[in-house]
Every structure is written in structure tokens, then in C-alpha cells.
Unconditional design. Structure first.
Length: 361
């Protein structure tokens, strides 16, 4: 299959592995900052193909994992309001807040529907004009344009009962915040899907100011190993820069039309990332033109910021400070079937992937 078989070719994978081992002399720590990469790295056993001097750590690249508990509390609150339908992606259903989960709210009678896109949620609003439909806007630059598109359609069609509870975030502020934190990061395996939309200029400060290499990667074994090799060469030559490995999809300028939709609908705000706290200018809020579709401005929840769950070390995992194996809940009280922390809920979460692909610490 084109663009799949050649990127899973065993001979190519082994050649890249050997080249990395021959080229890499320094101790380096590389962080992937995309949930899709986290899943692929563990699914394909990438760490086992690397020399001991290269350490891979997972960052806050899973949008479900970094969504704050207070957002879940707000969603549960709105779900309990009369004549409200909550439309959400499926991996949000079991994320715990301080007042339970959407799954439990649904069991109590709330009308919560799983959708595959914001346009599905908009269609629910078209068919239920006597009810408020609240779409939970989750994700980074990858999904924010689709939420923007749904809002643009709603405004154009004068669909007054469509609302968004936005937890959309942008990636660069979090990447910059991590570089000022406790964990050492020598290079970033940059997110492929985010970069498809945003382009590569968003990483300029990381490379120029912090001297940290950035390579945008695809999601197959050959992609990831080639990306790691590119970062190794940068480190060995002391020349950190921005490169694109995923050239078959990512362009330096990104998707300009998608960027225009985001800019039309959203403004930047300070927002909470689970585990990282408040990061200035990292969240996306609806601007004044679309304020009538912002559920928080139409119906105030009164929910305050909640604290992370006790005994859950999701915060340290998202920062790259600890691995899931260091959590006393992992695989015991916390499993994909009964998750305690957000990192176990999503298929892009570090805990979920360690549980599926790594049986022992």
C-alpha cells in the first residue's frame, strides 16, 4: 500500500536503527509532543531500536490528557441542565473530573452523544431546534479549524441553538514552557498533524532562542526513526534547527485556509493545562463576533478550577518527569476500563499506551 508498506519495511527500519547507533555519541533526550506519536512509538517498539544514550520521553501531546478537570466539571454541569444535548468525541466520555465523568452523567439520564466531528454536532443542532446543543471543543491546531468551520456555518445559517465549550489549545506555548521546567529536552519530535495546519514557523523561537532541534515527523516506524536520526545529526553537529521529515504531508507555510478560519473565530487566552498549570496565550476562546455561540457566556456554570486527583501522577508524566510505571495506581486501580487519571483514558495517552504495549517497567 502506497505510503504505508514502504514506511514499515523491516530492512529499512533496521538500517536506520544501525545508522542511529553509529552516529549517536552524546547522551540526548528527545520528547515527542503528539499523542499519535506516543501511540506509534510504543506500538512499533521504537525505544528498543535505539542505543542506550538516546532517551525518549512523552510530553503533553494528548489533548484529552491535558484537558483540566474543571472543563470536565463544566461539561457535566451543562449536561445536567434542562434541554441541553452534549456532543463530544468518544474519548472524553471517561475523563474524570471532580464531580464524576460524562459517562456517569449519561447513566443518570443526561443526553450525551458521541460525534466524529463538530459538523456532526451542528447537524444535531439543526434537527433539535428546541434544545441547546453544546459541542465540547477539544484539541490543538489540528481540530480547532473544524470547530471554527462549524461556528461559521452556524452563524451563516442563523442556527441559534449551537454552542461550543472550548478547551482548544495551541502547542508552541506549552513546548516553550517545558523548556523552562525541570526536564532536560535536547530535541522535539514535532507533531505532524498540528504542523499540517500551523506550518513550521511556530517552532522558530524553540530552535533559535533555546537551541533545541525540532523535526516534524510522520507516524510510521521509518518516519520516526528517520526523525530521530535527523535530530541526532543536529545534536552531534551542534546545529539545532527546524526540519520536516513528514514532507509528503507538511509544508512550511501550513494550511493557510485553515489558519484563516481559526483567526476568524478564535482569540488567544490564558488557559489551564492538566499538570502544567496556566500557560499564557495557549488557549483558544471564541471572539466577540461569535460570542452568542459561547456557552460560558450564555449560561454561566460557576465552576471553579479543580485540583488534580490525589495519588495520580499524570502531571509529572505529562511533563516528562516520570513514566507511568512510577505511578502506584498504574495497572491496579487505574486501567483503561476504569481510568483514574486522564493519561489512561485516551488511546493517545502515555499511561494507556504503556498499559497496552509495555507489560513491565
Amino acid at each position: 500500500m502506497r505510503y504505508l508498506d514502504e514506511y514499515r519495511d523491516k530492512e529499512t527500519v533496521l538500517k536506520l536503527s544501525e545508522k542511529i547507533k553509529k552516529t549517536s555519541k552524546k547522551n540526548i533526550t528527545l520528547m515527542e509532543i503528539c499523542g499519535g506519536h506516543t501511540a506509534a512509538i510504543h506500538k512499533f517498539g521504537i525505544p528498543e531500536l535505539l542505543p542506550a544514550n538516546i532517551k525518549l520521553i512523552s510530553g503533553p501531546g494528548c489533548p484529552v490528557c491535558v484537558t483540566s478537570g474543571s472543563f470536565i466539571d463544566k461539561a457535566v454541569f451543562y449536561a445536567g441542565c434542562k434541554d441541553v444535548i452534549i456532543a463530544t468525541f468518544g474519548d472524553m466520555i471517561k475523563v474524570p473530573g471532580s464531580n464524576g465523568t460524562l459517562d456517569k452523567a449519561k447513566a443518570k439520564g443526561s443526553d450525551i452523544r458521541v460525534v466524529y466531528s463538530s459538523l456532526d454536532a451542528l447537524e444535531i443542532a439543526r434537527k433539535n431546534k428546541d434544545r441547546m446543543v453544546v459541542f465540547l471543543g477539544i484539541g490543538f491546531e489540528t481540530t480547532a479549524p473544524t470547530t471554527a468551520a462549524a461556528l461559521i456555518y452556524a452563524k451563516k445559517e442563523k442556527i441559534k441553538n449551537f454552542f461550543v465549550l472550548s478547551a482548544h489549545k495551541i502547542m508552541p506555548p506549552a513546548m516553550l514552557a517545558l523548556l523552562s521546567g525541570e526536564v532536560r529536552i535536547d530535541g522535539y519530535i514535532c507533531p505532524g498533524h498540528v504542523s499540517v495546519i500551523a506550518g513550521t514557523a511556530i517552532y522558530r523561537e524553540i530552535a533559535e532562542r533555546f537551541k533545541v532541534g525540532c523535526v516534524v515527523s510522520g507516524f510510521e516506524p521509518v518516519d520516526l526513526l528517520q526523525t530521530i536520526l535527523m535530530l541526532v545529526i543536529q545534536m552531534e553537529n551542534n546545529k539545532p534547527e527546524i526540519e520536516i521529515q513528514y514532507k509528503r504531508v507538511v509544508k512550511p507555510e501550513g494550511n493557510v485556509r485553515a489558519q484563516e478560519k481559526m483567526n476568524k473565530v478564535f482569540i488567544l487566552k490564558d488557559t489551564v493545562w492538566r499538570g502544567l498549570g496556566i500557560i499564557p496565550g495557549s488557549g483558544l476562546s471564541l471572539n466577540d463576533e461569535f460570542a452568542e455561540h459561547d456557552i460560558e457566556k450564555v449560561k454561566v456554570s460557576g465552576i471553579e478550577e479543580s485540583v488534580d486527583l490525589p495519588d495520580c501522577i499524570c502531571a509529572d508524566i505529562l511533563k516528562g518527569l516520570k513514566t507511568p510505571f512510577e505511578c502506584g495506581l498504574f495497572g491496579k486501580r487505574c486501567t483503561p476500563a476504569e481510568p483514574v487519571g486522564a493519561c489512561m483514558v485516551s488511546g493517545e495517552g502515555a499511561c494507556n499506551n504503556f498499559y497496552r504495549y509495555k507489560k513491565h517497567g
